[in-house]
Design a binder for this molecule. Structure first.
Ligand code: FMN
Length: 192
């Protein structure tokens, strides 16, 4: 089911996330990743502010990212258990490709911050669709690291925020559907 990319609608209706820890090589090559990010940047954006940016963490920098994240965690929680540290190392090093999506709001703009942050979320969604269109799966994680100022500072600066760590690759096994919202509960006709 999740391989049917034959029409625009089947492409959209078959995308689903892969668990980053279950994503293996191949990930997108450089040209494919550029294409994915070009599509991610085609995102509705009130005021043409491009209030987001994408930081690729190359394979040879993943160990360094693990050091940054674990150092930040230890600074905040000096009593951190070994298992917690190992989980963070695994987080930083999983999946072949990693793009950090940063919300990068322009604070001098009259466009509300909320709208700029929404646009960053939409860019992440577009990125996932583009990856799917190219035959890859993606997984969007935040976790502890996305809320650490020290980790954020490794990629950008206040008022930027990590919108997500988006991991890309090839699913190690067939993806399964997950329960979807009951449309009756989320769609209504306005009664005035
Ligand atoms: C902003 C954001 C942050 C997320 N952070 C996490 C996370 O830290 N851990 C997690 O297990 N899932 C997280 N998820 C959910 C996963 O991406 C999840 O696998 C996905 O939503 C599955 O749905 P899908 O198949 O429709 O993509 C996050 C989703 C979003 C939109």
């Amino acid at each position: 089911m999740f391989n049917d990319r034959s029409t625009p609608l089947s492409l959209l209706s078959t995308r689903r996330s892969g668990k980053p820890r279950d994503l293996i090589a191949p990930g997108p090559d450089d040209a494919q990743l550029e294409q994915i990010l070009e599509i991610a940047a085609r995102t509705p954006d009130h005021g043409k502010l491009a209030p987001w940016r994408f930081v690729i963490v190359p394979a040879d920098k993943r160990a360094r990212l693990a050091e940054v994240i674990t150092a930040a965690y230890r600074a905040e929680r000096p009593q951190a258990a070994r298992l917690e540290i190992e989980a963070l190392e695994q987080f930083a090093t999983q999946a072949p490709t990693l793009v950090v999506v940063l919300s990068s709001p322009k604070v001098d703009s009259h466009i509300p911050l909320w709208e700029q942050q929404l646009s960053a979320g939409a860019a992440g969604m577009n990125l996932l669709h583009a990856a799917h269109a190219l035959g890859f799966a993606g997984g969007w994680l935040t976790g502890w690291a996305a809320y650490s100022d020290a980790v954020r500072d490794a990629f950008g600066a206040e008022p930027e925020r990590v919108a997500g760590f988006i991991f890309l690759g090839t699913p190690v096994k067939q993806l399964e559907e997950r329960p979807r919202p009951d449309l009756q509960k989320i769609i209504s006709n306005w009664q005035g």
